[in-house]
Design a protein around this ligand. Structure first.
Ligand code: PEP
Ligand code: MN
Length: 338
């Protein structure tokens, strides 16, 4: 349910209504808007008694929310959400580019790639310190040492960093070192991890599970918002289909589908979405054209010797060319790329 405050309601009045909602055993989520503030109400088992809330002071109206997803939906908040990773906005008119190696392999490798992507025009550095690998014998990431290297790369380049947390202890660590927490495809429905991320003080990039429906994807985001963290960025990274010429099938149609019903920003990851280097640039251009708020791209200076996802990693030179191409596309689709 959505409790809409009358226009011009003061911060004190909004707080008063939120407290009245919480005193009745529910959770209140104030959502400031351009016209007026609304308060999302969650925590109810069944239907809520609208007149009880309508009679609260300074409340204009009470609107039932019809979808299972509430806080992520445009019913509750119509304006596009802009999430800040460090100082970098994700959402709105800008196209935001997240780039970097699949995994942090060493200090030298991370600094080389970080400097190269910064020079080419990336906005946020990515790199896994905790890697979810299919085989337990594959490189698992450098752990906390990897987080320290990412923090050093941020110092060196000024780029904010995002890295994946695999479990609740990982969120504690990632929250301490990084500017955003990535929840990977394999963990999209790890509900205890989603709740922990919902209590984090950093934004979350939530990747779509490899067989998740749109509704499941949004419900996972809802878990994070319902715990009080409203800074969620979605990321499409391909789903499993019968199609056998790429690692996954990049489901670009989910971008306009998300935009229609949710205010959250959405990135596209054409690296995991295709699994091969030569497909990354074409699908990146398509992602921008379809309305994505940005891209997440794996870049490695020596992809043939990368410890993970080398075949889908593009070189810094390929990345620089791609950014130039995106700069040409951006104005055509009423976006800016700075
Ligand atoms: C990654 O971004 O390195 C990653 C493991 O992605 P996904 O969770 O989408 O597979
Ligand atoms: Mn990867």
């Amino acid at each position: 349910m959505l409790v809409v405050m009358r226009k011009g309601a003061t911060a004190d009045e909004i707080r008063g209504v939120a407290e009245a909602i919480e005193a009745r055993g529910f959770r209140a989520h104030p959502i400031p808007g351009a016209q007026r503030t609304a308060i999302g109400v969650t925590g109810n088992k069944g239907a809520l008694d609208a007149p009880v809330f309508e009679s609260l002071p300074d409340v204009l109206e009470v609107i039932p929310v019809s979808h299972a997803y509430k806080l992520v939906s445009r019913e509750v908040k119509n304006e596009d959400t802009i999430v800040r990773v460090g100082e970098v906005p994700v959402g709105g008119r800008g196209l935001t580019i997240v780039a970097g190696p699949c995994a942090v392999e060493s200090r030298e490798q991370t600094l080389i790639v970080a400097r190269a992507i910064k020079k080419a025009g990336a906005h946020i550095l990515r790199g896994g310190a905790f890697k979810p690998r299919t085989s337990p014998y594959s490189f698992q990431g450098l752990g906390e040492e990897g987080l320290r290297i990412l923090a050093e790369a941020r110092e060196a380049t000024g780029l904010p960093v995002v890295t994946e947390a695999l479990d609740n202890d990982g969120v504690d660590l990632v929250e301490r070192y990084a500017d955003a927490i990535q929840i990977g495809a394999r963990n999209m429905q790890n509900f205890s991890l989603l709740k922990r991320a919902g209590r984090a003080k950093k934004p979350v990039i939530l990747k779509r599970g490899m067989s998740a429906t749109l509704e499941e994807f949004l419900m996972s985001a809802e878990y994070i918002l319902s715990e009080g963290n409203y800074d969620v960025i979605l990321c499409e990274r391909g789903v499993r289909t019968f199609s056998d010429f790429s690692r996954n099938t990049l489901d670009l149609a989910i971008v306009p589908a998300v935009k229609k019903i949710s205010h959250l920003p959405i990135l596209v990851d054409p690296s995991h979405g295709t699994g091969s280097r030569e497909k990354v640039a074409p699908l990146s251009r398509a992602s921008a054209a379809v309305g994505a708020d940005g891209l997440m791209i794996e870049v490695h200076h020596a992809p043939n010797t990368a410890l993970s996802d080398g075949p889908q990693s593009i070189t810094p030179e390929m990345f620089a060319q791609l950014v130039q191409d995106l700069k040409q596309i951006a104005p055509v689709i009423d976006r800016s790329l700075t």
